[in-house]
Design a protein around this ligand. Structure first.
Ligand code: UD1
Length: 359
């Protein structure tokens, strides 16, 4: 089969790396990079480190308001699909690139396969939630990472084409964990001692575009009593700067540029705890066995909370401080994201399609 895969943002590069490797064993993949993330440390470094093939198309959409960005991707993907006439379009996760890719394909009656289908935060104020819901409802094959995701889809009446395959991020992490331990020098570069520092990531608009929330988070991190390593997403840098906070951060907060996958994996692996508003980082913390403090009121990855490895604290300063000091998971983790091999299981399902289903 000829498969057009659409990626555009950092977490999608991570997810596409193991799947692309599997896909290319038996299918022809045409890789499209929308250009949603374009800074070298947000894009190029992932292609290099994860050995992702060079994209066949780079759409260069760049940043912009949601409607404009989504619309630009939609129009440009449509042109690619007209030219390539693929059997299937593959989209990942929940970004504007996901939604636009899925819509372009569905309108052209090209079957859509959604990797990481069925995730829900039940919070429609998150742009990602809208992207997920719409993408799932126009998808023909829905690859779910968890049983919760399968249930979420069933609750919305989606049962056809649903496959519980596990999480491709497990594949990426297992493939790279030892490589990161061998190759990454991030701990030495930052002078860090294993399990004696925190890692924090913040990039959700609910936290960055709201001065009170960002102040509350930074204030809490200042009370951590240990180094807090803070790789800065460009949006977060912009807002910290706008609020005049960038040059007045507490001394224990170490701001660094966004990291590539291997350095980030190594940094998380060695951390005492992780505080984040990212979905992917919550999952990686769980898989690495590092307690996670989630700077949101809700999560799509409910299993990590149910298992006691993740705690939801929002942007509440008191709760964040308490979690930094007290939060200690009791038991071990289950295999809620499935075993290694999700990428292979997805390709098996695609192989079985034979004559692909047209909607
Ligand atoms: C996007 C996804 C989010 C995902 C995240 C991973 C949507 C709606 N959101 O959010 O689900 O968790 O990617 O990082 O698709 N910028 C740069 N350089 C870049 C990229 C962005 O400077 O290479 C700046 C721009 O000012 C831009 C802002 O960051 O406006 C936000 O980027 P955008 O791609 O719109 O969304 P993310 O916040 O990264």
């Amino acid at each position: 089969m000829k498969i057009v895969s659409i990626v555009g943002a950092r977490p999608q590069f991570v997810k596409c790396a193991p799947l692309s490797r599997e896909l290319r064993k038996s299918h022809r993949e045409v890789l499209v990079h929308t250009g949603q993330h374009y800074d070298p440390e947000m894009s190029d470094i992932f292609f290099r480190e994860l050995q992702i093939p060079k994209p066949d198309y780079h759409l260069d959409v760049g940043s912009g308001p949601h409607g404009k960005q989504t619309g630009e991707i939609l129009a440009r993907v449509e042109e690619v699909l007209e030219r390539e006439e693929p059997d299937v379009v593959l989209v990942y996760g929940d970004t504007n690139s996901t939604l636009a890719g899925a819509l372009a394909a569905a309108k052209m009656h090209i079957p859509v396969s959604h990797v990481e289908a069925g995730l829900r935060s039940f919070d429609r104020r998150m742009p990602e939630e809208i992207n997920r819901v719409v993408t799932d409802h126009v998808s023909d094959l829905l690859f779910c990472p968890t049983e919760t995701a399968v249930r979420n889809l069933a609750n919305e009446g989606i049962t056809n084409g649903v496959h519980l395959v596990g999480d491709v991020m497990v594949d990426a992490l297992e493939f790279n964990r030892e490589i990161a331990r061998e190759k990454s020098s991030i701990l030495g570069r930052l002078g860090l001692i294993e399990k004696a520092y925190l890692v924090v990531t913040v990039h959700r608009p609910a936290n960055t575009d709201n001065r009170a929330n960002l102040e509350s988070i930074i204030g809490a991190l200042g009370e951590a009593g240990c180094p807090v390593i803070f790789p800065l997403h460009p949006r977060t840098r912009k807002y910290l700067d706008t609020y005049g906070m960038l040059d007045a951060l507490p001394v224990n907060i170490v701001v660094i540029e966004p990291l590539g996958y291997l350095d980030m994996l190594r940094l998380m692996d060695g951390a005492k705890k992780i505080a984040t508003d990212s979905g992917g980082v919550q999952k990686e913390a769980y898989l690495l066995g590092v307690p996670c403090i989630t700077l949101r009121e809700n999560t799509e990855w409910v299993e990590t909370v149910e298992d006691g490895w993740n705690v939801l604290v929002g942007a509440d300063r008191g709760k964040i401080v308490e979690a930094i000091r007290e939060f200690a998971p009791a038991g071990s983790q289950r295999e809620v994201f499935g075993t290694v091999g999700a990428s292979g299981r997805i390709v098996e399902v695609l192989n079985d399609q034979g004559n692909p289903v047209h909607c």
